[in-house]
Design a protein around this ligand. Structure first.
Ligand code: SF4
Ligand code: SF4
Length: 157
């Protein structure tokens, strides 16, 4: 997730946490300190297709908090949360654009999880300086292959 200002803020926070702890964070510390740290899920892929904020508008893949459409198979954002698409009738009036939500897409076959994140190094997160498992994820996920589609053109690349 490139995500502009939000990602910059997260990286500053990570630097502060690392400086304060001075040592590698345990599994427990990662879960309690890292924003929106999520456990490995089944499937271990944190994309719009298994986020509870996904919905359909005129049959198109969409989201109740991000405007312009999303891709269930390629997209994700910093607000991902696992669950069934049960909130389709609660579309927010003022939805975020791609830049504010940190919406990005990855090429087909690339996962959204710690194992596919640029900060993953053999079970260690180099951003938060802590222990992680491949299937876990957090708000600061960033893939070397991610891109932001043109607003309103999800899945077009
Ligand atoms: S854009 Fe974000 S909040 Fe919306 S469905 Fe995708 S991951 Fe969930
Ligand atoms: S490896 Fe990436 S997704 Fe996983 S905790 Fe670190 S920054 Fe977050």
């Amino acid at each position: 997730m490139s995500g502009g200002f939000l990602k910059t803020a997260l990286r500053k926070l990570a630097t502060k946490i690392m400086a304060r702890s001075g040592k590698s964070l345990s599994d427990r510390a990662m879960k309690s300190m890292v924003p929106m740290f999520v456990e490995a899920t089944t499937p271990d892929d944190h994309k719009c297709g298994n986020c509870f904020m996904r919905c359909r508008e005129n049959s198109a893949e969409s989201c109740i908090i991000v405007k312009g459409g999303v891709s269930f198979t390629l997209g994700t954002c910093t607000f991902w949360a696992k669950g069934p698409a049960s909130h389709w009738s609660k579309i927010h009036e003022d939805r975020m654009n791609y830049a504010v939500s940190g919406y990005v897409e990855v090429p087909e076959g690339v996962k959204v999880n710690c194992g596919a994140c640029r900060f993953f190094d053999n079970g260690h997160c180099t951003l938060w300086n802590g222990k992680v498992q491949e299937g876990q994820c957090c708000m600061a996920y960033s893939s070397p292959q991610e891109y932001v589609p043109e607003q309103g053109s999800p899945g077009a690349k």
